[in-house]
Design a protein around this ligand. Structure first.
Ligand code: GH3
Ligand code: MG
Ligand code: MG
Ligand code: MG
Length: 303
């Protein structure tokens, strides 16, 4: 298991030192002496847990917590409030701002360690559940749910920032015949190999490889115009060909191949112009191109 990352935010250096010593064994520690600095460090690299002083000049703990919870990339990071006020109101306000727990000052080492360990255990579990919920179990690439989320987000972003967004739909040719010939377990192995090939083609962190369903995959390519997407689509066809997976039952030839259909949406050109293209329209357009690739003989890419 990788080391947990903890962020301790407190305007009092003595408090930071005390908590730092208590938690030295619990993971990699980072420290911030103000709310703003804590927020910056969290945004720079999301921690697994934040220990947050409630009372700080400038941005106090409640505001830091509220901002963390409003950031989609940080909303799942558990926050434990550390406060000198052991009254119910302060504790309630912390929980209302999104904290999971509250520790009163002066902190008691065994209690702090126990509470931190509980939250780190829960965080690891949440991360694993999230990963599993978004991953296709057979191939290990993103699943349909993940694809839908990304498509929605990237569609909006492309529109806002006036950038192109391309989608490639990929379908294995004559895959029913493959299953009929070799059996479903071999078909599953073939799906895994094709997914691996797609991952070797798509290397930018912003790109997504997903299993759309059955023997269909989708590549979402942000900031990629039609020419760039054609490049990727042709590389996909070539990469699957290069696997040299035997497919004696294919009417096309002796090997597994894929057909690729690509569609591109261009972001808006001037402020206030129209509305974003619905993501369903992008999928439909890529599907159209895919059908054309099938009609024109398969094992090819159509833009
Ligand atoms: P085309 O070239 O027109 O795409 O023909 P095709 O045979 O690939 O298309 P069709 O849609 O008729 O068949 C898709 C096949 O994919 C049928 C189904 O059994 C197989 N399939 C879908 N999901 C899985 C899976 O998870 N594992 C295996 N082994 N096969 C799958
Ligand atoms: Mg303070
Ligand atoms: Mg299909
Ligand atoms: Mg097919």
């Amino acid at each position: 298991m990788t080391q947990a990352s903890l962020l301790i935010v407190d305007d009092d250096p003595a408090s930071i030192q005390l908590l730092g010593r208590m938690l030295a064994e619990q993971g990699r520690l980072r420290f911030a002496l103000s709310g703003a600095e804590g927020l910056r460090l969290a945004q720079e690299s999301p921690p697994d847990l934040v220990l947050l002083d409630a009372d700080m000049p400038g941005m106090d703990g409640f505001e830091v917590c509220t901002r963390l919870k409003a950031d989609p990339l940080l909303a799942d990071v558990p926050v434990i409030f550390v406060t000198g006020h052991s009254d119910t109101q302060t504790e309630l306000a912390g929980l209302a701002a999104g904290a999971v727990d509250c520790i009163s000052k002066p902190p008691q080492a065994p209690l702090v360690v126990a509470r931190v360990q509980t939250q780190l255990r829960l965080k690891a579990l949440t991360d694993e559940l999230r990963r599993a919920a978004l991953t296709d179990a057979l191939t290990g690439v993103a699943n349909r749910r993940c694809f839908d989320e990304w498509l929605h987000r990237e569609g909006q972003r492309a529109w806002r920032q006036a950038e192109p967004l391309s989608l490639a739909m990929i379908d294995i040719d004559h895959f029913k015949a493959y299953n009929d010939h070799f059996g479903h377990p071999a078909g599953d192995v073939c799906l895994r190999r094709v997914a691996e090939a797609l991952q070797t083609v798509v290397r930018r962190p912003a790109d997504l490889v997903a299993r759309y369903g059955g023997e269909e995959f989708a590549l979402l390519l942000p900031r990629t115009d039609a020419a760039g997407a054609r490049h990727v689509g042709e590389a996909v066809v070539a990469a699957v060909q290069a696997l040299h997976l035997p497919h004696p039952a294919s009417p096309l030839g002796a090997q597994v191949s894929v057909s690729v259909g690509i569609a591109t949406v261009l972001g808006r050109h001037s402020p206030g112009e129209g509305r974003p293209m619905p993501s369903t329209a992008l999928v439909a357009a890529a599907d159209q191109a895919l059908y054309q690739a099938k009609r024109e003989g398969r094992a090819r890419c159509v833009v």
